[in-house]
Design a protein around this ligand. Structure first.
Ligand SMILES: *[C@@H]1O[C@H](CO)[C@@H](O)[C@H](O)[C@H]1NC(C)=O
Ligand SMILES: *[C@@H]1O[C@H](CO)[C@@H](O)[C@H](O)[C@H]1NC(C)=O
Ligand SMILES: *[C@@H]1O[C@H](CO)[C@@H](O)[C@H](O)[C@H]1NC(C)=O
Ligand SMILES: *[C@@H]1O[C@H](CO)[C@@H](O)[C@H](O)[C@H]1NC(C)=O
Length: 256
């Protein structure tokens, strides 16, 4: 039985800062990065004002830093947008970006990018030309998400494997027991392109919960997958091993 409950904790803090774009300085609200796994959808937040303000009849323009400044990630202009006829959307984003029409009356100009690719990572700006407000959001694609399997049993235990695929930046990966003690394991890390693939094997000898923990400090990301291993008189190869993968949790931890 495998169940996967995923949970992204809300952003933990918001900070107020100034950023300089093309020589102009705008006030911008920025927060912790949006962190997703490759292929997941990402919601990039952008909010016009803390006071509720209807933006249905306004314009907002999402761009990605470091790409052709004439091309947009997504533009909304008084009801017209890239999914209903506006041109000049960057090919990289065609058919993958949408906004939240029902949220416009709240001043919410957030967008959703479907099926994120590693290439999508970077800094995005959400610009309101009428008020010259710009918001900056960093998107990180490559959150580590460990998956665990039982390779088999040995004379007196079970061999477990943890895989973390396509992670960036490089994660630290550990096997821990139910007391959060790190247990010795054999680690193999491969790098493909910019991404890291980590395989961690360990042998356990008693019935317990074990979890594989992947941490990416730079992006305040930690996730773990827990497995329950029941060892029933596992000796001389006659024993039975029952194991249940209990949960996958993805969290963002703050290091303030
Ligand atoms: C992205 O995915 C969501 C949910 O699956 C869907 O409602 C939305 O229309 C998709 N956006 C685009 C641009 O295809
Ligand atoms: C804006 O809308 C998005 C999508 O529904 C939501 O995730 C986000 O929390 C909203 N932002 C605010 C500040 O309400
Ligand atoms: C995004 O901007 C922040 C702060 O301006 C910077 O530290 C970071 O390196 C940028 N990220 C990318 C991918 O360019
Ligand atoms: C182990 O660590 C997790 C978070 O990483 C924590 O929630 C849990 O309480 C810890 N358990 C023990 C026994 O310290």
């Amino acid at each position: 039985m495998i169940s996967a409950d995923m949970e992204l904790l809300p952003l933990l803090f918001l900070s107020f800062c100034f950023l300089t774009l093309s020589g102009l300085t705008f006030a911008a609200e920025s927060g912790t990065p949006v962190v997703v796994k490759e292929d997941d959808d990402a919601i990039l937040p952008c909010f016009f004002d803390t006071n509720v303000e209807n933006i249905e009849l306004m314009k907002f323009d999402w761009k990605k830093e470091g790409t052709d400044p004439r091309k947009q990630v997504f533009m909304y202009d008084r009801g017209a947008h890239h999914n209903n006829g506006l041109s000049d959307q960057d090919d990289q984003f065609k058919g993958r970006v949408s906004h939240f029409p029902e949220k416009l009356t709240d001043g919410n100009a957030s967008i959703r990018i479907n099926n994120t690719r590693l290439k999508d990572k970077g800094n995005y700006t959400c610009f309101f030309p009428n008020s010259k407000k710009t918001f900056l959001v960093e998107l990180v694609v490559g959150a580590a998400d460990p998956s665990v399997t039982i390779l088999g049993h040995t004379n007196n235990g079970a061999q477990l494997k943890c895989d973390v695929k396509g992670a960036y930046p490089r994660p630290t990966v550990e096997w821990q027991d139910s007391k959060n003690q790190t247990i010795p394991s054999e680690d193999q890390t491969l790098k493909r392109g910019e991404d890291f693939y980590v395989t961690l094997k360990t042998t356990v000898r008693k019935t317990d919960y074990y979890h594989c923990v992947a941490t990416q400090k730079e992006i305040h990301h930690r996730s773990h997958t827990k497995i329950y291993v029941y060892l029933n008189g596992a000796r001389s190869g006659t024993g039975k091993i029952t194991a249940t993968v209990l949960s996958v949790m993805i969290g963002i931890f703050a290091t303030v």
